[in-house]
Design a protein around this ligand. Structure first.
Ligand SMILES: [Zn+2]
Length: 405
């Protein structure tokens, strides 16, 4: 298959030849019959670095929480999750996959809740879905301690069981533990296990408006002390919005040093922050532009889809980038390439995907956007024109519009 008349994120005009599941040639002109894509922008498959496939579409089956307060919304969400059958869990996961593929997200890191009841059903289902769709989408699973339950031996044991199921990494929410000591104990234990098994870690870190929430520095310190570089991510890091700039900048220096990626999910961060405040309210996105400037690897997640924590999600990373443009003042052209990097190369780095990119010999995992320049794509958020996974077209959209004025 030859794709003609494409443009890279950097604006270079290219044709591309795909053979089997590989990109075999990229050149300005390739002879032969092909699909003319009219100068549209092409990128490698998008990387959604933060998802909860086991929590998506819960509003199909359960009630809304109708509150931006995280603790209250989480309670309703947990009740819902604990009452699903394995069949329901599996069906909602399958539905999620369709949304990711349509959006061009061909690499998704999902946190799957391993505490609480129904943990076996959730792990069984995600493993089944991962295998079933492995030729269409890469799913990376983080076994994740989601609830407020005290981090005891039983939950620690659950982490080991999740590893037996085949998760790619582990994580938790240390700031939800009752004390700083308990949060630190959880972090150290997760590090003990992950370093022993050589697997990834992704913490929901300091997901709070409280500037005294500083578990990220403990995570950085553990990574440095154990020399466990480039395998740890911090999701959200909402409290960075509220830290003193002096402290925030020092933290960034150490994040870079430890090769820790920060994964922002601006839709849910904007939805949840400031919920406990009177006006003026904080709008808590961590300092993305400053982190990029200071060399921290920042990646992007869409986070939940249509559940109690995010009733309006649809899994489209372009919508997350739209929220980020507004939330962190990235609506100037100088940031447009950065926004695409968060959704592509930076995500691949956070997920430790080695084989990634638009190069000859790489897997043909591609997104062709409906737009000839980055601004139009980011602003208009149209359906993707074409999504190619492992060399095969898995999604196409030729919708045309007509307007009479
Ligand atoms: Zn999350």
């Amino acid at each position: 298959m030859i794709l003609k008349n494409l443009r890279t994120l950097e604006g270079k005009k290219i044709d591309m030849e795909i053979n089997g599941d590989r990109i075999v040639k990229i050149a300005e002109n390739i002879e032969g019959e092909g699909i003319d894509l009219g100068g549209r922008i092409v990128s490698p498959g998008l990387v959604d670095s933060h998802a909860h496939i086991d929590s998506n579409f819960l509003l199909d089956l359960c009630k809304e929480a109708s509150t931006p307060k995280f603790e209250e919304a989480l309670k309703v969400l947990m009740e819902c999750k604990e009452n699903l059958t394995e069949n329901e869990i599996y069906s909602l996961m399958k539905k999620s996959i369709i949304y990711y593929i349509k959006a061009g997200s061909l690499y998704v890191r999902t946190h799957v809740m391993i505490d609480g009841k129904k943990w076996r059903e959730r792990l069984n289902s995600i493993m089944k879905v991962k295998e079933e769709f492995k030729n269409k989408i890469f799913i990376q699973i983080i076994g994740f301690i989601q609830s407020y339950d005290y981090f005891n031996d039983e939950i620690e044991e659950r982490i080991w069981k999740a590893i037996d199921f085949g998760v790619d990494g582990i994580g938790g929410q240390p700031h939800l533990q009752p004390s700083v000591e308990d949060g630190i104990r959880m972090i150290k234990k997760i590090f003990d296990i992950a370093t022993q098994k050589g697997i990834l870690m992704d913490f929901h870190a300091d997901y709070s408006d409280d500037p005294s929430s500083r578990f990220s520095e403990i995570i950085v310190s553990e990574a440095l002390r154990r020399r466990y570089f480039n395998k740890v991510s911090l999701s959200h890091l909402l409290a960075m919005h509220s830290y003193h700039s002096d402290y925030a900048l020092r933290l960034m220096k150490w994040l870079k040093e430890a090769g820790i990626s920060v994964i922002v999910s601006p839709i849910t961060e904007l939805e949840g922050s400031g919920a406990f405040e009177d006006y003026p309210k904080r709008r808590g996105i961590p300092r993305v532009r400053e982190m990029i400037y200071n060399g921290v690897n920042v990646a992007l997640g869409h986070d939940d889809i249509q559940n109690q924590l995010n009733p309006i999600g649809d899994g489209d990373l372009l919508k997350a980038s739209f929220a980020l443009m507004i939330g962190d003042y990235m609506y100037f052209s100088q940031y447009f390439e950065d926004l695409f990097k968060l959704m592509t190369y930076n995500g691949a780095k956070a997920l430790n995907i080695n084989e990634y990119g638009l190069k000859e010999g790489m897997k043909a995992n591609l997104v062709v956007f409906e737009g000839n320049n980055l601004k139009d794509i980011l602003v208009e958020i149209k359906p993707r024109r074409m999504v190619i996974s492992n060399g095969k077209i898995v999604y196409e959209n030729y919708s045309s519009e007509s307007i009479a004025i």
